[in-house]
Ligand binder design. Sequence first.
Ligand code: AMP
Ligand code: ZN
Length: 461
Amino acid sequence: MTDHEPRLRLHDTRTREKRDFEPLDPSCVRMYVCGPTVYGYAHIGNARPAVVFDVLFRLLEALYPRVIYARNITDIDDKILKVAKDEGVGIEVVSRRYAEAYREDMDALGVLPPTIEPWATEHVADMIGLVERLLESGHAYRADGHVMFSVESFDRYGELSGRTTEELLAGARVEVAEYKKNPADFVLWKPSTPDQAGWDSPFGRGRPGWHLECSSMIEKHLGTTIDIHGGGTDLVFPHHENENAQSRCVHGGAAFVRYWLHNGFLSIDHQKMSKSLGNILTVRDLRERIPPEAIRFILLRTHYRAPLEWNDEVVEDGIRSLERLYGALRDLEGIEASHNTPRSTVVEALEDDLNTPRAISELYQIAKETHQTGADLPRLKGELLASAKLLGLLSEPAETFFQQRSSGGVDAERIEALIAERAQARRNKDWSRADQIRDELDAMGVLLEDKDGTTRWRIQR
Ligand code: AMP
Ligand code: ZN
């Protein structure tokens, strides 16, 4: 925490304006961000909210005495059920595998672990309790084995996305099932077939709806009203609109979220990332090709609410720019930093609705000043490092960064570890995992040669 008086302003999706940030309890700020649905590797778009809200977390920690940041793991979802079924394994095998991969990827991007990481499967009893309370208070009804939320029971439905129920329906593909009283009603609990993952409940064996998972984990870990709720802009409707409806109804109308923050979408070569276009870039593949910190740097060079375009040019330019910053740090080698607080202009840029592009340009300003005659180098070095730390940048010694660059980014240790893991998967007859690892190595440009029970590798240029 700095001695700086906080002057944070955040853009709230609900009111559509930048507002002064006033936490409910200034001694403890509470933030929740929807985490990954763990059925596959995180792509570069998924990394955007993780990195953006990591910077907000760092800033809040610098401004307030205490911050509780919860980012969940969505490990109950039909997409996970499908992968598990295709592989013939339990859902926990799939979710653990990809949650672990997510942690590794985010760690490589310098994303700090959140204060709390709740898993949906560990909160099913709380979710059932929440459904029961919604039923008792007349906000939900049972129909055809499901429990549905009744949007008509909440007259503020649409308050977040700012649209009427009719507009919401027209803009989203909402499943119109016969048992719904209103086509906009959504699932709180749905039945599972005997071969599907499910939990016993007073409404039959089944599983919770996705929106309910977050409402329940928020209530449990952060309470009735939280300060900040974040996620990608695609989550505004229906996910966050529905979380809001459930949570407010179960708390007798009490405020749920004081500031809703949403990051803009990332596109690749001006196209949406999609399986059918074959342009999904996973963090896993990318970090083999470019320095992970450069990925973070590129994500932060654009303001979080703006769309972000990812292409080769943007990547090359990002790497070169980060190298310039590390170059300035290398020139300060041997200088003992005398100062350990970020420059006020960097803090002010971030306080202005997380203006990371402006904060980064301030880092260049500090770097520039190091070349002026008579510069106070120990002080500038300290300011540069402390300011960059707020953004999670310049996290390595300059020497390490440049060494990795000159070795072409080949991480032999990681390749060997993956080969060993593949051999183990084959011994376990886990063919899908073995194939996955081979694909991963393939994407890294590693060519495998299996001969006489051993595997050799080389880099394909
Ligand atoms: P999911 O794992 O699909 O639940 O998504 C995790 C997070 O990534 C959510 O906050 C999404 O809004 C966000 N997200 C997904 N795709 C993109 C994208 N292309 N650009 C920015 N954010 C995204
Ligand atoms: Zn959520």
